[in-house]
Design a protein around this ligand. Structure first.
Ligand code: HAM
Length: 426
């Protein structure tokens, strides 16, 4: 019989990795709550047009990466490739944009890309979107919040913030025209991908990986010369706020992002630890989208982080989040097992901070201790023939250099409450 396998580019997260994922997610929730952000949950599937209109018809995502299909009523639907469009749709539909909003979401996104390290077809994002604040202080808050998250994860030293401003749509249009004219004169020296993009999405040529294209770009007109005054002062004030907060950044005038909806601020957090898929988080301002989706014109700004890349980064840095049980309970026979089960149940109820695993499936003490050791538990709790007679329990240390102890139930409770306190402090 043939074995089923996961679809290419869609990955199982196995039990030895989930503690790291949970730690990442919990840290994000804590940081977001501490900044007054609330969660929003939108459907995985939306109309294809929603994404095409906002992300842009001639972007890679919409041109070749969406999982689109007709439903039974022949309406074209797509698995969400990102979360911003859905969030704006929901915010307009439910009138959330009447007053300033700060929301976040976490979940799977889908893009039909060529899978490689740090790039999957189903991947996960933590996304944050804010509505109603036009000034750069909103962008600054988002970036400071990112920094708080990186610090709590222990990865802030290996991340660089790249920052740029792409101006108003009008400024961008005139820059686009100038860039296209310049690049047309150098058409034959451009790489194939950039030649194709020249007519569809010339700004994307700016972040081409081809060295020959990059050297042609060295002589290209610069976005900075085409910026409108408002975008310029927005950018200057943002830089000022980041300087004040001691948040280091690199201005990257060629940073344009792969989605068309941005204006003014754009940014990416990148690392040199992950090879080609170096961007762990990206975002910026998208002041036109709410209006484009039928809402009253409302400024907006946000970002999304790729959770797979953050997990990879933490693994590269050997930052682990093992969650081992505190107690592993072994018993000598059926009778002792019954007692042990009741005791485990009581301990879990009275000491909810402790992780208590009971050995199931019988076997010799030797094999049970082997499993206890493998579980990573700190202590084995033994219910043997002696313990059944004396009414006491034996605690055997599995990790720390401690003494074995035989305790009365009262002594046991004192010990467990200390252990619980220690676990919570950790
Ligand atoms: P994005 O740059 O397309 O932006 O994606 C954000 C992050 O998702 C990337 O920096 C990367 O870490 C991760 N990511 C993207 N594609 C993949 C993939 N195929 N495999 C693994 N990770 C991936 C957005 O999606 C915007 N919605 C961000 C935003 C929110 N802008 C404003 N608000």
């Amino acid at each position: 019989m043939s074995q089923y396998r996961a679809i290419r580019g869609m990955v199982d997260v196995l039990p030895d990795e989930t503690p790291l994922w949970q730690m990442l997610e919990q840290t994000a929730r804590d940081v977001l709550a501490a900044h007054g952000y609330a969660e929003i949950r939108t459907p995985i599937v939306e109309s294809t047009e929603l994404f095409a209109r906002s992300i842009g018809e001639v972007t890679d995502i919409v041109e070749k990466e969406m999982y689109s299909f007709p439903d039974r009523n022949d309406e074209s639907l797509s698995l969400r490739p990102e979360g911003t469009a859905s969030t704006v749709r929901a915010a307009v539909q439910h009138n959330l944009v009447q007053s300033p909003q700060r929301v976040w979401y976490m979940g799977p996104m889908f893009r039909y890309e060529r899978p490689q390290k740090g790039r999957q077809r189903q991947f996960h994002q933590l996304g944050v979107e804010t509505f109603g604040v036009a000034g750069p202080e909103q962008d600054a808050e988002l970036l400071l919040m990112c920094r708080q998250w990186w610090t709590r994860l222990g990865i802030s030293d290996v991340l660089i913030l790249e920052l740029n401003t792409i101006g108003s749509p009008e400024a961008r249009a005139s820059y686009k025209a100038a860039l296209t004219e310049y690049l047309r004169d150098h058409f034959d020296s451009l790489d194939e991908d950039s030649q194709r993009r020249l007519d569809t999405n010339p700004l994307r040529i700016l972040d081409s990986k081809s060295t020959s294209t990059q050297s042609i770009l060295d002589g290209a007109p610069s976005m900075a010369d085409y910026l409108d005054e408002e975008s310029k002062s927005h950018h200057e004030r943002l830089c000022q706020l980041l300087d004040m907060a001691g948040l280091a950044y690199t201005i990257n005038p060629r940073l344009v992002r792969g989605l068309d909806y941005y204006n003014k601020t754009v940014f990416e957090w990148t690392t040199d630890q992950l090879g080609a898929q170096a961007t762990v988080c990206g975002g910026g301002r998208y002041d036109m989208m709410v209006n484009q989706f039928g809402g009253k014109a409302t400024p907006a700004s946000g970002f999304a982080a790729g959770l797979e890349r953050l997990v990879l980064l933490m693994q590269t840095l050997d930052l682990d989040a093992a969650s081992n049980p505190d107690l592993y309970i072994v018993s000598s026979n059926e009778n002792a097992f019954g007692q042990a089960m009741l005791e485990a149940d009581r301990i879990r109820a009275e000491f909810p901070g402790l992780g208590v695993v009971q050995h199931l499936g019988g076997g010799s003490f030797k094999s049970q201790f082997k499993r206890a050791d493998k579980s990573g538990a700190a202590w084995a709790m033994v219910f043997g023939d002696e313990e059944m007679v004396s009414g006491k329990v034996t605690l055997k240390p599995l990790r720390a250099n401690e003494e074995q102890m035989t305790l009365s139930r009262e002594e046991l409770d004192t010990f467990l409450s200390q252990l619980e306190q220690l676990t919570n402090e950790y």
